[in-house]
Write a new protein. Structure first.
Length: 156
C-alpha cells in the first residue's frame, strides 16, 4: 500500500491520495502591509522570552553551535540590495528582518541622510533556508558555506 501511495505522490507533485497540502510557493503568501502595520518598525517582536523554552534570536544562534570562519565569503547572496530598500521595504517592511531566526538581515538607517541600507550578518546564519524560500522578490539565494561549516545541533 505504501508503494501505491508513493507512486501517487510522484504523479501528484507530493500530494498523494490524502494530503491536501497547498502547492503554492511560500513567498506568494505574503501580503502587502496596510496603513496600521506600515508604522510598526522592523525587528519589533511581541513575544516574551523566558530564557529556557523561548529564547531570543542570537541565543538560538549560540545554542545551535553554528561555526563560521569570520573571513569566509558570504554564503548568502542578495542580488539587488536596492530592491530590498526601495521596493521590498515600502511594500512589506523587509520581511527578511523578521522571518530570519538568526538576525542575518538588518535594515540600517543613516543618522545624517536617513537613507536605508541592507546589512548582512552571515555568520549568524542557522542554515534554515527560510530566506531563499520566503523572499517575496526571489532576490536572496542561499548556498552552502565553504568548508561544510554551519550548525552542530546538539542542544536544540
Amino acid at each position: 500500500m505504501k508503494f501505491i501511495h508513493l507512486g501517487a505522490q510522484y504523479f501528484t507533485g507530493g500530494r498523494g491520495f490524502v494530503d491536501n497540502m497547498s502547492l503554492e510557493e511560500d513567498y506568494k503568501t505574503l501580503k502587502p502591509l496596510d496603513g496600521e502595520q506600515a508604522d510598526v518598525p522592523p525587528g519589533v517582536d511581541s513575544k516574551i522570552y523566558d530564557g529556557e523554552l523561548f529564547v531570543d534570536k542570537l541565543t538560538s544562534v549560540y545554542l545551535s553551535k553554528t561555526k563560521h570562519r569570520e573571513d569566509q565569503p558570504s554564503h548568502i547572496m542578495v542580488h539587488d540590495t536596492d530592491l530590498c530598500v526601495n521596493t521590498c521595504y515600502p511594500k512589506y517592511r523587509s520581511p527578511c528582518t523578521r522571518f530570519c531566526p538568526g538576525d542575518v538581515y538588518e535594515i540600517e538607517v543613516d543618522d545624517n541622510s536617513g537613507e536605508r541600507r541592507l546589512k548582512l550578518n552571515p555568520s549568524n546564519c542557522l542554515h534554515c533556508k527560510t530566506c531563499d524560500i520566503k523572499d517575496p522578490y526571489e532576490n536572496i539565494t542561499w548556498t552552502c558555506p565553504e568548508g561544510g561549516e554551519g550548525p552542530g545541533y546538539t542542544l536544540l
